[in-house]
Design a protein around this ligand. Structure first.
Ligand code: NAD
Length: 362
């Protein structure tokens, strides 16, 4: 079996962290007996320099012809002066639209070894933290009718969802919950908004035929509070574009480190996009200082959500847990505690590969 993976290294630390994720993917594929065919594609600033476009047509075509897309990060001060549609970030939005990626999956996972980096009280996150936010990505208020009155003294944006948009997003969320701890919390503002009442109606109907998932509902203002009061109560949270934008940033920050957080953007037919949530970090680019674990964990999501290779995804996640347990830390997650070994990008990637191979031998 051969899977085709489009790799977009991007700018800044993107190439460094993608290289380490590719190493991890190769290690699990060798241990599991399937092949990976990596197709290099260019996007963002690197693509602007090479072709004048942040998303060359050849890149979109290569991604569409792949089973999954592994992405580093794009952007940097060099391209900051360009107009909106010519900026590196326009490549990212174009890729998501081009692949029809309507569901954004953002795990907020805190390994117990990194509890010191968490801004919450130790007793709140004792035993670690592991929740997943499934955010609708291509509808809602960011895409609804908007305008400003002629005198500029009034402006509006419209939250609008169709049953079909809600159903396809919730379907991803129910599946994710079934693969995890079997709990789904649908977050809305159904006490005020008609669109939220439709979300709740559709979710209630879908839940009736999915008794294996325990479905609950929560208002978004309460959810924002519960995420810092007791985040361990959550397994999967499903919500709209706007609410998910805010809640996923809140959830990721309670884990304490941007260098650890993976994401996936998936749709119905096309391949999913798997990338760290961090940017191109120009301040540390080219210094072997970037933490590659967010991208390595994104490659685990690629295996799980993109290729259906859940055992291999778990092998990568276990390897990451193992290197953290050994005391390996990149600078962004080092606390100065005794027993820590602070390493660079490549050494961290090598350690993950060694842990994957060691587990495969045992
Ligand atoms: P950033 O995430 O690149 O960096 C924020 C801070 O976190 C920096 O101090 C950086 O050194 C640190 N950091 C980020 N990733 C790290 C890692 N893996 N290991 C260790 N430290 C890490 O955000 P920013 O500085 O706001 O943006 C820099 C550039 O990245 C901008 O051009 C921005 O537009 C772009 N960006 C791209 C994406 C993307 O490609 N998806 C996302 C966000 C920002």
């Amino acid at each position: 079996m051969t899977y085709r993976i489009a790799t977009i290294r991007g700018d800044g630390i993107g190439p460094d962290v993608v290289a380490e994720a590719v190493k991890a993917l190769v290690a699990v594929s060798e241990a599991s007996g399937f092949d990976l065919d990596f197709i290099e594609a260019t996007m963002g600033g690197a693509a602007i320099d090479a072709t004048g476009s942040p998303l060359p047509e050849s890149t979109l075509a290569a991604c569409k012809a792949s089973d999954a897309v592994l992405l580093g990060a794009v952007g940097g001060p060099r391209w900051d002066g360009l107009a909106g549609r010519l900026r590196p970030e326009a490549g990212l939005l174009g890729l998501r639209a081009g692949l029809g990626a309507y569901a954004n999956l953002r795990p907020a996972r805190m390994f117990p070894e990194l509890a010191a980096a968490c801004p919450l009280r130790a007793d709140i996150v004792a035993g670690g933290l592991d929740l997943l936010i499934v955010r609708e990505l291509t509808g809602g208020i960011y895409f609804g009718d908007r305008g400003t009155s002629p005198d500029g003294d009034a402006a509006w944006d419209t939250e609008r969802y169709s049953r079909a948009e809600i159903e396809r997003l919730l379907s991803v969320a129910f599946d994710a919950a079934r693969d995890r701890r079997g709990r789904l919390c649908v977050v809305d503002k159904a006490n005020v908004l008609d669109s939220s009442r439709l979300w709740r109606k559709v979710a209630t109907e879908m839940a009736a035929s999915r008794p294996d998932v325990a479905t609950s509902f929560m208002y978004v203002d309460n959810c924002a509070m519960q995420l810092v009061r007791n985040p361990r109560q959550f397994d999967v949270i499903a919500t709209s574009n706007l609410f998910g934008d805010i809640l996923s940033d809140e959830a990721s920050m309670i884990t304490g480190s941007i260098g650890m957080l993976a994401s996936a953007s998936v749709g119905a037919a096309g391949p999913g996009i798997f990338e760290p949530i961090h940017g191109s970090a120009p301040d540390i680019a080219g210094r072997d200082a970037a933490n590659p674990l967010a991208t390595i964990l994104s490659s685990a999501m690629l295996l799980s959500y993109g290729l259906g290779r859940k055992a291999e995804a778990a092998a990568i996640e276990s390897a990451v847990a193992a290197v953290l347990a050994e005391g390996m830390r990149c600078a962004d997650i080092a606390t100065g505690a005794s027993g820590e070994l602070v390493v660079g990008t490549k050494a961290m990637g090598d350690a993950v590969v060694a842990a994957i191979r060691a587990a495969a031998r045992s």
